[in-house]
Design a protein around this ligand. Sequence first.
Ligand code: SAH
Ligand code: SF4
Length: 394
Amino acid sequence: MGIATHAKYFAPPAIDAAGRRNLIGLSQDELLEAITALGLEKFRAKQLWSWIYFHGVTDFENMTTLAKPVREKLAAHFMLERPTVTQDQKSEDGTRKWLLKMVDGQEIEAVHIPEIDRGALCVSSQVGCTLTCRFCHTGTQRLVRNLEASEIVMQVMLARDKLKEWPSTKDDRLLSNIVLMGMGEPLFNYENVAKAAKIIMNGDGIAISKRKITLSTSGVVPMIERCGNELDINLAVSLHAVTDELRDQIVPINRMYPIKELLKACREYPGISNARRVTFEYVMLKDVNDSPVDAKHLVKLLRGIPAKINLIPFNPWPGAPFECSDWKTIQKFGDIVNEAGYASPVRMPRGRDIMAACGQLKSQSIRLSSAERAAIDKIIAEKELSQGLEISRA
Ligand code: SAH
Ligand code: SF4
């Protein structure tokens, strides 16, 4: 069986009906280019960056250090639109899930997981996922496209809006960390993820440091080193099985990049040390990968790699072909891992009641009406025409 590695659809251009371009998601150089093309002075780019990403302003009118004619000119050509929130759900444990509609009608989910004085935002990198890990709801979504850098950055900006955490200087932020663990495989959309990460990390704007950003991959081995070299962010790897035989079945990308190659890439991850470990995620599936023998094999496998282990109780979804391991089994597995020197290995599920926990995300965008579907096809066809692209659509 072949493994689809590329999303088939493209995002539509971020231009509204009036021809205004969304500035969110432009790199510093692109922003400079965009405003000098309008005949504005270069230093305006720095001011704009600060208004957009440090203050979180959504209306040019509120950019008080800019003269009125400059604001008017900007507003005539650009916008700072956020995605439309189509659902805003709060779990009993405080976890919040936003269903966000992109300009082409596609939907993605972003999840905020609060702690006492901090919190993580779980960000999506694709609409759906081309991979089909057997235990993951996202992997059952048919329509898949990469998110643009702007669509990734906008999830963070939207969360900051909702949590009222502008400007970026605010202490004790509820949005202190970012985990690229939402919908999609981030290393199959590396260019956009990298561009977004650079914007999010920029100290003059959103300013979330690289130490507080974690990218989770199912194991796209050839991209791991590049991610470490260029972004220097934390790495998490979805291991979930200790033999190729089982991993081939439940994490199909293993057929391309088996465990040995994956662990080699982890061992060589740039910047890895005992102070900065790779996190190995391991979903607890009843009678599949949860025996004491598996636990012992796991710690043996990771020997020599500065690692953290996260045991994730399987989060069920309608029609899922697995059950979560019993609590006793998870504890026993956890004890073995713990005795091998890994502290607090079990990750307690958050937001299960609103289907916001790991692997439960699946947007409703596959349920498109035929009119919506036709509209998307039209946008894609136009894009194909304008770029001379040939896009296969299964
Ligand atoms: N595609 C990336 C990131 C998104 S998934 C990856 O696979 O790593 C984030 C994490 O949730 C991964 O470790 C994934 O394996 C895990 N996961 C997926 N489905 C799950 C489920 N139903 N229960 C628990 N964890 C799950
Ligand atoms: Fe995709 Fe990750 Fe889900 Fe696998 S676990 S299908 S890679 S989102």
